[in-house]
Design a protein around this ligand. Sequence first.
Ligand code: AMP
Length: 289
Amino acid sequence: MQEISSLSEMRAWTRAEKSRGRRIGFVPTMGFLHEGHLRLVDRAKALADRVVTSIFVNPLQFGPKDDFNRYPRDLPRDRALATERGVDCLFTPEAASMYPTEPVARVAPGPMGDVLEGKIRPGHFSGVLTVVAKLFHVVQPDVAVFGRKDFQQATLVRQMVRDLDFPIEIDVAPTVRELDGLALSSRNSYLSADERRQALALSRTLRAVEQAWRGGQAEPAALQKKGMETLATPGVQPEYLALVDDELRPVERVTARTVVLLATRVGATRLIDNVVLGEGIAADPTVRS
Ligand code: AMP
C-alpha cells in the first residue's frame, strides 16, 4: 500500500493510474477505522481498479463545542487495517496543507444543510462539503463511496456532485452494525460499558418504528411518538427523531422509502442512526468490535 500525505503527490498518483486506464475508487474517512469503513473499501474495490482511502479529521466540520481535539486517532492501526483490506493508496493529508489559510470560499449546502444534524451543528455540512470538494479535486476519483449511516451527509454530497458537475459517481453503502444492533462508529469508543448498553436504545427505537409501520401504522406523527417513547430510556437524551423522504423533507404519508433518522446523546457522546423502512435494519453476524 502506498501512503501519501502531499496533495501534489496524490494528484500525480491518480494521474499515473488513470494514464494506465485504471478507474479510481475513493473512500473518504476521518480514520479510527472499523468494519463500516472497511465495507466501503470492499464496495470501492468492486466498482474500481484502484482504491484510495483518505484519513483526515477535518477541523472545518467541528463546531467550537464539538469533539475535534479528542476525536479518536490511531494511524498505525488504520494503516494495518487498510493494508489488510487491500487499499492501494492511503491519503493522509496534514491540516496545514489542506488549509494553509482559513478558507474564505466554502461550499454552501443550502436548506438541506440547515435541518436535522445541520440545525444542531450549525456550519457542520458546509465544513463537510468543503472538505469533500477539496478531496475530490485532489484525488480525482471516478467513484466515491459513502455510508448510509450518515444519511444526511450522503444526500448532501450527491446534491453537491449534481449541482457542481463533479464527474464522479456516488455510491452509498448500507450501515454496518454489531450483532446487538449498534451501528459501528468511531465515536462508540467514547462509551463506557453502561453507556454502550444504553446506546442500544437507538437501534431498538428504529426497530420499534419499523415494526409499528409493518403492523399498518402509516401516520408519521404516530410513528414519531412511538419512536420518542421507545427512545426515552435512562441515560439517553434524544435530540431529534424525524420521518423524511430521500430529500430530507418531512413525509405526510409513510412508505417503504421513508427514512427514520434520529440523534441522541448518551452521556457526553452524540450518536446518530437511521433506517430506510422498507429495508429494515439487520445485524451483521460477521462484525466484531
Ligand atoms: P467517518 O470516518 O465517521 O467520517 O466516516 C467515513 C465514512 O464511513 C462515511 O461515509 C460514513 O458514512 C461511513 N460509515 C461510518 N460508519 C459506518 C457504518 N457503521 N456503516 C457503514 N458506513 C459507515
